[in-house]
Design a protein around this ligand. Structure first.
Ligand SMILES: Cc1ncc(C[n+]2csc(CCOP(=O)(O)OP(=O)(O)O)c2C)c(N)n1
Length: 494
């Protein structure tokens, strides 16, 4: 059965239980539910913060004395429902939690935004609608596989617009450590602790294969690896003829990692990481300590020439569109003082930084919450990570910042002399969703309102409230310039 049909059934089911109002919190995993609801006559309230949505739903239940549903995407979005669920449980309130999930085969693999959601509310929520007594929370967890709606792989902006990925699985210490013997390998470097970087650099140099290095690897701007880096972005990977993938570090962010579970299932993957999770529904993770001496591969000059040519063209488009969002990311990477520590928020920041930040080696140290990929708690994590001996920068989207508005509370308690800046790239909503193919069929206004949560809020008064006008910097990309940028960018690959 199609996802939208299953979503329609689930919504009809809860409507039959008396639900008239839905508090929706968008993600891409719950897009089938959003598509159905957007085309329905149900009353919809759209939220950024799931915790707030669930408490609001509780208020509606108290007002109208009938069940209200909260609809979320996967991952920490689900966990954010717990406080209101506990409150509802102890006040006999029929709060209905409709949570989108990835297919069960991903459970335990550590894939982004895939957590163990089944039964996550424990005794605080019933899970069987047929046996539900109508006086306590009810959790309906819905697995949606890809394609979420229309069956085509979704490529937007050169990276995934999908916010969820597979689950986690403990490493298998007994699994035989493979020394990958690929002829034409691709090396993907994801989050790495500083102490492992030297070894990984040596490995990459000997392997001599194209390297896709994410910022959190700490090797994206590494001068010694400059001749191996793929610089035009992850779409270039599709232009290569790789016969295997070697991943080192945490679960990668790039869309291609998801393709390895979908359109590229036949491509062998070997992972070395101290993170226990494969982030894929296949394969094992070998400890980084077991990184073998690689076999050198022959350099594919044609591949690197094409990559360099496209990267140069991207640079020229960025020069021509300085007010576009990608150009703002490049500019930020040039403005931040060398040696700074940079926290990259989820959604577009982590992706646009990987794609467009300058590759000049400037000694940046990167961090980010890449365990479950939520947009919640980002500024709080950043402030907890701020060190007092260097400058600290966070780069976050506007909804991500809105989600954590009270994070600055802790600032007066940080070590004296802690220097930080929070850069909010305010593009007026969750713009990662602006080109989600599966949502195209929805009415444009509905999509902007309930999926992107489009807004015209400004962050100056928030900065003033906390007395942080110098530390909170708002950058507002020009939407038209951004559109023009992506149009030209897409044309490079056609
Ligand atoms: C807790 C949580 N809820 C929902 C999501 C789904 N989600 C992924 S990206 C995104 C939008 C983020 O918007 P913003 O911070 O403004 O960044 P932009 O996409 O504009 O870069 C949402 C809601 C999530 N990842 N985590």
């Amino acid at each position: 059965m199609l996802n939208v049909e299953r979503a329609g059934e689930a919504i009809a089911r809860v409507r039959a239980l008396g639900v008239r109002e839905f508090c929706v919190c968008a993600g891409s995993r719950n897009s089938p539910l959003l598509a159905v609801l957007g085309a329905s006559d149900a009353r919809l309230f759209s939220f950024v913060d799931e915790r707030s949505a669930a408490f609001f739903a509780l208020g509606r239940i108290k007002q109208h004395r009938r069940p209200v549903a909260v609809v979320t995407t996967s991952g920490t979005a689900v966990a954010e429902l717990l406080p209101a669920t506990v409150e509802a449980f102890y006040s006999d309130a029929p709060l209905i939690l409709m949570t989108a999930d990835r297919p069960a085969r991903y459970r335990g693999t550590g894939a982004p935004q895939c957590i163990d959601q089944e039964g996550i509310f424990g005794t605080f929520a019933a899970t069987d609608p047929d046996a539900w007594n109508g006086t306590m929370p009810l959790h309906i967890n819905l697995e949606f596989d890809e394609p979420l709606i229309d069956g085509k792989p979704i490529f937007v902006f050169g990276f995934s617009i999908l916010d969820s990925e597979p689950t986690r699985r403990p490493p298998n210490p007994k699994s035989k450590i493979q020394n990958p013997k690929f002829e034409r390998p691709l090396l993907i470097l994801a989050a790495l602790p500083p102490e492992d970087r030297e070894r990984v650099r040596e490995y990459a140099l000997t392997l001599n294969a194209p390297v896709y290095a994410e910022a959190l690897s700490g090797l994206r701007e590494d001068a010694a690896l400059e001749h191996l880096h793929i610089k035009s972005g992850e779409r270039m990977i599709h232009a290569g003829s790789f016969d295997g993938v070697i991943r080192i570090g945490g679960v990668p962010t790039l869309r291609f990692w998801r393709d390895l579970d979908e359109s590229k299932r036949e491509l062998p993957v070997v992972s070395f990481s101290n993170v226990r999770f494969t982030g894929l529904s296949r394969g094992d993770v070998h400890p980084l300590a077991a990184l073998p001496r690689p076999k050198a591969s022959a350099r594919d000059e044609e591949f690197f020439d094409r990559d360099a040519a496209i990267a140069a063209k991207i640079g020229r488009i960025l020069d021509a569109e300085p007010d576009s969002e990608p150009a703002i990311f490049r500019e930020l990477s040039r403005e931040v003082p060398p040696g700074s520590r940079i926290y990259l928020g989820n959604s577009l920041p982590i992706r646009e930084w990987d794609l467009f930040a300058s590759r000049d080696p400037r000694g940046f140290e990167y961090e980010g919450n890449r365990g479950a990929n939520g947009i919640d708690g980002q500024l709080s994590t950043f402030l907890g990570w701020c060190a007092n001996d260097r400058e600290n920068f966070a780069v976050a989207g506007d909804l991500t910042a809105l989600y954590d508005m009270n994070a600055p509370w802790i600032v007066p308690q940080l070590d004296a002399g802690t220097r930080f800046r929070i850069v909010v790239v305010n593009n007026g909503g969750g713009k990662i969703f602006s080109r989600v193919a599966s949502l195209k069929s929805m009415d444009g206004d509905v999509r902007r309102r309930i999926v992107e949560n489009q807004h015209s809020l400004r962050f100056g008064p928030w900065a003033a409230m906390w007395n942080l006008e110098d530390q909170i910097i708002e950058r507002i990309p020009d939407a038209e310039a951004t559109r023009r940028f992506w149009e030209q960018y897409d044309a490079l690959w056609s």
